[in-house]
Design a protein around this ligand. Structure first.
Ligand code: ZN
Ligand code: FE
Length: 239
């Protein structure tokens, strides 16, 4: 099992500190280095790997300082090799990234960006989705098509229901309003919104969420076709 710690950074981003049972350490999507260094210092940890789901600055701006300080290796999507500096291990669909005793499968999920990936730790039932899938939402289509993102969702939907989803932003509360506006009689969604409000009132993350929960409440991954998804995404862009 991997140990996962959430490090809130910037305005509403989440960076994740991952530790294998044998003590190998990785940070995922460090949009800034400072808060990561603080956590590593406080816990007396070194940093072995920096993982990136996609090239956006709020997920990668901490790469350089962390790599310099810890000699950590950067693991990032091969298809974004021209956009992310100093990649040591370029990964693509089906590759396995090994974090000490743990293994992560690379799942390509373009749409938000052209080469975005998810890291899926099967034995820990955890997936890091970056800005592809959020709780009750999904990323904007900046570089890919609705069909791209829909295809990526089908790959995620095929994972076990108990899979826990760790995404790149705390957008859940805002997303909830849009889901509810389109799904007014969904009792699971209403219950989830109460839970979200309580968590946010205490400044707690709403992440992780489970795939089972998202299947019941996230109208984007519930879309039955790329066309249905495209129409929802467009409405959300103007919500
Ligand atoms: Zn992004
Ligand atoms: Fe982002």
């Amino acid at each position: 099992m991997i140990d996962i710690q959430i490090i809130p950074i910037l305005k509403d981003n989440y960076t994740y500190l991952l530790q294998s049972s044998c003590g190998t350490v990785a940070v995922l999507d460090p949009g800034e280095a400072g808060p990561v260094i603080e956590v590593l210092n406080a816990q007396g940890l070194n940093l072995d790997f920096i993982l990136n789901t996609h090239h956006h600055w709020d997920h990668t701006d901490g790469n350089a300082a962390l790599k310099r300080k810890y000699s950590a290796k950067i693991v990032a999507p091969e298809k974004e090799g021209a956009l992310i500096k100093n990649i040591d291990i370029a990964v693509k669909e089906g590759d396995i990234f090994t974090l000490g005793t743990e293994r992560a499968q690379i799942i390509e999920t373009p749409g938000h960006t052209r080469g975005g990936i998810c890291f899926y730790f099967k034995d820990s039932a955890a997936i890091f989705t970056g800005d592809t899938l959020f709780s009750l939402g999904c990323g904007r289509l900046f570089e890919g098509t609705a069909q791209d993102m829909f295809n990526g969702f089908q790959k995620i939907m095929a994972l076990p229901d108990e899979t826990m989803i760790y995404c790149g932003h705390e957008y859940t509360r805002g997303n909830a309003g849009f889901c509810l506006a389109h799904d007014r009689s969904n009792e699971d969604l209403k219950k989830r919104i109460e839970q979200i409000k309580a968590l946010r009132a205490n400044n707690q993350p709403t992440i992780p969420t489970s795939l089972a929960m998202e299947k019941k409440t996230n109208i984007f991954i519930r879309a039955k076709s790329a066309e249905e998804f495209a129409a929802l995404r467009l409405k959300k862009d103007n919500f």
